[in-house]
Design a binder for this molecule. Structure first.
Ligand code: TRH
Length: 412
């Protein structure tokens, strides 16, 4: 059985821990690897995984060892790897009798450009010189990714072999995170009206089935959102819009001060539109929510992939970067996604994404978007099927590691 240590530093938002936690679960549950996750922000983690105890330095969740990657832990690795100190074996936590002891990792993953502490890497190199070190990169649809995926990453700090591993949308990349049953789960739920009702009730929304349109709206700020919402309120169709807590929900509380005065779940009726501000739900429930909605607005790297597997029309608000670097990434994604669409549909989808990304008035496109919703739905499935023919990221990663461990770098 292989052992992997995943290092996750939460830079901002929830994408870093969202991706690492999904990967951890997949490697543990679908590939039977022993997984050790080091994460530096348990409070963010707890928002998407309620089992997390925010003050526990070590805990086991769903058969995964989770450690708080804090200064104390880093100092202990540093001390252990210093030549003056007697050297102890990894893992550091072996004194804790409640948790099983994991073997020294075969693989260390530094996720999304974080920096694995040197002291830790030195200990791994000493105890398991064959171990691999992977830099799990950000997701991008840009063409250059294919050429860089799997390349060695020369470094001289620690005697471990390091490689780049790039997620992506083609079979020449590392692929996308996709659990074995996620697409089937969404399809089953979409055919099960009782299951959907139960799910909505669990969220405290008893009347979801009464709406013509259910929209999940997970987004960064949207400067002109009021005009789109007014358009829906006045023109319909009768719409239920669910907004998770965050910047956009705060913005809505400023636009509609009535929302501020409520405690718990905040709900506002605006003509044909019902707005519901909701707290974050557990990651597996978020997947179910996307499957139960008719249109999903998603943001960042992880929720956009979840929207793919939910198989419903989606609009992606890509994470914004300085000097508009994200625009190229968005366009490269759309070029791939829309390659098989008719020119009219491609133009419509491009315009919708441009308006949303640039925070312009989305009501400009909304009636046309809804008029074409069946075509958009069909195309979403065509694109989903193209992707599900490819191997998923966790399986690709396992294969990559096995190959490298059997055939070390000089022979591969
Ligand atoms: O939160 P994000 O904006 O994260 C971003 C991006 O990943 C970005 O690329 C990265 O550079 C930056 O973080 C650091 O959006 P994202 O990626 O969709 O992550 C949200 C996670 O939260 C995802 O795993 C789904 C999860 N989630 C829940 O579990 N429950 C919820 O209720 C919601 C709304 C989200």
């Amino acid at each position: 059985m292989r052992t992997v240590a995943i290092f996750c530093s939460v830079v901002d938002n929830f994408g870093d821990i969202g991706i690492c936690w999904r990967l951890a679960r997949q490697l543990a549950h679908e590939h039977q690897w022993q997984v050790q996750l080091y994460v530096d922000d348990l409070v963010s983690f707890a928002k998407i995984c309620p089992q997390v105890k925010v003050d526990a330095p070590r805990q086991r969740i769903l058969d995964i060892q989770v450690s708080h990657w804090n200064a104390e832990l880093v100092a202990s690795w540093q001390a252990d790897s210093s030549p003056q100190q007697p050297q102890r074996d990894l893992p550091q936590q072996s004194q804790n009798t409640e948790l099983p002891e994991l073997a020294t990792p075969d693989l260390v993953i530094e996720a999304l450009a974080c920096t694995v502490p040197e002291g830790y890497l030195r200990q791994v190199a000493r105890q398991n010189p064959q171990a691999l070190w992977l830099n799990l990169e950000y997701l991008s649809a840009e063409d250059w990714v294919e050429g860089c995926h799997g390349l060695p990453s020369p470094q001289s700090v620690v005697p471990l072999t390091k490689y780049f591993f790039f997620p992506g949308f083609t079979s020449a990349t590392g692929g996308l995170l996709r659990e074995q049953s996620i697409v089937r789960q969404a399809q089953n739920l979409q055919q099960d009206s009782k299951g959907q009702r139960d799910f909505w009730q669990q969220l405290g929304i008893d009347d979801a089935h009464e709406y013509q349109l259910r929209i999940s709206l997970f987004a960064y700020g949207q400067a002109n959102i009021a005009s789109w919402l007014t358009n829906i309120a006045q023109q319909g169709p009768k719409t239920l819009m669910l907004v998770p807590s965050g910047v956009l929900a705060q913005q809505l509380c400023v636009i509609y001060p009535e929302l501020n005065s409520q405690t718990g779940q905040k709900r506002l009726e605006l003509g044909q539109l019902t707005l519901v501000l909701m707290p974050f739900i557990a990651q597996p429930d978020y997947d179910l929510l996307l499957a139960c909605c008719d249109i999903n607005f998603v943001r960042g790297e992880d929720s956009v992939i979840r929207a793919h597997w939910a198989g419903r029309p989606f609009i992606w608000q890509i994470y914004r970067q300085e000097q508009q670097a994200h625009r190229q990434k968005l366009n490269d994604f759309l070029a791939k996604q829309l390659a098989l669409a008719t020119p009219e549909l491609a133009a419509l989808m491009q315009k919708a994404h441009d308006l949303w990304d640039l925070e312009l008035d989305f009501s400009e496109i909304w009636p046309e978007y809804l008029k074409n919703i069946d075509k958009i739905q069909n195309h979403t499935i065509v694109w989903q099927q193209f992707l599900t023919q490819q191997q998923d990221l966790a399986s690709n990663l396992v294969r990559f590691v096995e190959k490298k461990l059997i055939m070390p770098r000089n022979f591969s």
